[in-house]
Write a protein that binds this ligand. Sequence first.
Ligand code: GLU
Ligand code: ZN
Length: 298
Amino acid sequence: MIDPSPTNSSSVYRGRLAPSPTGLLHLGHARTFWIAAERAATHGGQVIFRNEDLDAQRCRPEFVQAMLEDLRWLGIKWVEGPDCGGPAGPYQQSERRGHYLEAWEKLRDLGMIYPCTCSRKDVTQAAGAPNDLDDEPVYPGKCRPKPGGDSRLGRPATAEPSGAPAPAGLNWRFQVPDGEEITFTDLYLGKQRMVAGRDFGDFIVWRRDDVPAYQLAVVVDDAAMGITEVVRGADLLKSTARQILLFRALGLAVPGYHHCDLVRDENGVRLAKRHDSLSIRKLRELGWTAEQVRAGKT
Ligand code: GLU
Ligand code: ZN
């Protein structure tokens, strides 16, 4: 059983705002980011801003500008970021590929990841109905290396022993320790318990389109940027369990976690970037004050 109590708790509080520029930030983001800023202030610390723009297909430069402007308008201040620089930069993930590649290589050399040729459709069909609509299905294991095979799971037979890293063209998955309990104490929601292989399966760390996956990038960056506490929405609870496994595999300190309640619309549907009517921008145009938007009330 793994229960990483925040290993960084004695150091100065350092939080982060890590939005993806795939749409306008909404009331839910406003509330979560405000909580992040407040927690940093309460602990005598600071937050940094990281632009999570890895997915070039979905990210747009105009949304980067909008995120920065909207969060400034809300009254949130960050000490490092894409707009102001800082010692842990660059602060846009699209410029940090070398860091992710290094981690990918390390995981491959440790035999903890393997290439997977399954399409998304293969996985959803083989996995059957998802037990959690907010999350991806458990990977059925088709491409998982067989026990007793080459212990360096990820190394394709054709790869040069010390050749250039080549994650491209295939998905790469992290092999989770089936049946192992991953527990952590959320600073807001309390004790969390997930079972690897049941609540989540082997997950992608590098995508076939040669984009590092969210799980890998976020762990590498939270560690490289010295983040002591992660504040984000409760939709990412299972991702936290995955990320704890990656921190452990890479020998990195696990931050503390504070997962916020999700803001829902009047029909009880969790806000998404398609809820343009509840975007910070729109509400501001409608005459809402920053204080009202920060409170996240619909
Ligand atoms: N960039 C992610 C998102 O906007 C959040 C990442 C995180 O907080 O870990 O959903
Ligand atoms: Zn596969």
